[in-house]
Write a protein that binds this ligand. Structure first.
Ligand code: FMN
Length: 337
């Protein structure tokens, strides 16, 4: 693909080289949403995406997702997200799906949720690349010591599960860069290209985004959900379930307010929140049927930059343009003299 209106075709970093992509832009796995079409759109736009292995209801449906993505990316590499759960019984399926992905030729994985210990031997034996995502610098260092190829560190602004970490993305990143030798992607709260330039200036090798892509045309969700995303500004998310040590940042909808009220009233187990925190219910009511006041809609304040329902390629081009512009401003500083 040729250079476009001042946007370089490639912005090489250690992570673009490791992942075989043109720009250091990663679309983190998004439960229920990161399917073949969305991931392929990100890959074709020059970045990397990860199909969420947990989102397929059956192994065969997952295999089909991988085949669809391979067809849509026309040979470009794409990734699979393997999110481990605190509920151990839910993790066998991740190993099964790792094996299926390897059989289907996938060689790039994003692990998250828990240390990738149960998955790492088979990923490494296959010669595949693993980027482990976590929210604490000490977990990032532990993953590095375990042999992962790269780390994604997210801050407390992250949409989804930033863990009990209280540090924002850029502070986390600055500390991590003192201790990591493997390539680092930074994520959480990033939705404007000037933040990408800033992350690269900080020393990161890539950024990871999620929230800003939730209103993309290719995202498999009801138009009413996407309109709700577009209408939500940077103040429209909240973190709940911190009391369980499992902070979840979501759109501040009716459902989240009910969860917050229960939490305030002292609810102290997953069971106490019942259906309100069920992923299946979120999928059925909000993503499928468009009832956006129902369900836990993972989202961070970068949602304020999701200002239209537009194709992934347009979002990526905007981010690239803004990043280049910010880079030019940076060059005016006499740092390089
Ligand atoms: C709707 C949604 C669902 C997500 N689901 C997952 C998931 O299943 N596994 C995971 O590792 N990360 C998940 N994430 C986190 C993203 O992969 C990514 O790290 C995050 O979105 C980056 O922060 P940002 O939302 O501020 O851009 C999710 C994020 C969103 C917005």
């Amino acid at each position: 693909m040729s250079e476009m209106a001042g946007i370089p075709d490639r912005l090489p970093t250690r992570l673009t080289e490791l992942l075989g992509i043109r720009w250091p832009l990663l679309l983190g796995g998004m439960m229920w949403l990161s399917d073949a079409r969305l991931v392929a759109a990100m890959v074709r736009a020059g970045g990397m995406g990860f199909i969420t292995a947990r989102s397929s209801r059956t192994d065969e449906a997952f295999r089909q997702q991988l085949r669809d993505c391979r067809a849509l990316t026309e040979g470009l590499p794409f990734g699979v997200n393997l999110t481990l759960s605190r509920r151990a019984a839910q993790n066998d399926v991740m190993l099964t799906r790792l094996r299926m992905a390897l059989e289907e030729g996938v060689r790039i994985f994003e692990t998250a949720g828990l240390p990738p210990t149960p998955l790492l031997p088979e990923i490494k034996a296959a010669g595949a690349v693993v980027v482990h995502k976590c929210a604490h610098v000490r977990h990032a260092v532990a993953a590095q010591n375990m042999g992962v190829d790269a780390v994604t560190l997210v801050g407390m602004e992250e949409g989804g599960h930033p863990g009990n970490n209280q540090l924002p993305t850029f502070l986390n990143g600055a500390y991590a860069l003192e201790r990591l030798q493997v390539p680092l992607a930074l994520g959480g709260g990033i939705g404007h290209g000037r933040q990408i330039a800033a992350a690269l200036a900080l020393g990161a090798d890539a950024v990871v985004m999620g929230s800003v892509f939730t209103s993309a045309v290719e995202t498999p969700a009801h138009p009413a959900y996407k309109q709700r995303v577009v209408a939500t500004d940077e103040h429209g998310t909240r973190a709940v379930l911190g009391s369980l040590g499992d902070t979840w940042r979501v759109i501040d909808n009716d459902n989240a307010r009910k969860v917050a009220a229960l939490e305030q009233a002292g609810a102290s187990s997953y069971a106490a929140f019942g259906e309100l925190i069920s992923g299946e219910r979120t999928q059925a009511l909000a993503y499928h049927a468009g009832q956006h006041e129902e369900g836990m809609l993972s989202m961070g304040p970068a949602v304020g930059f999701a200002r239209a329902i537009e194709p992934v390629a347009s979002i990526v081009q905007r981010l690239q343009r803004e990043c280049v512009q910010a880079g030019r401003q940076f060059q005016r500083l006499p740092l390089l003299a």
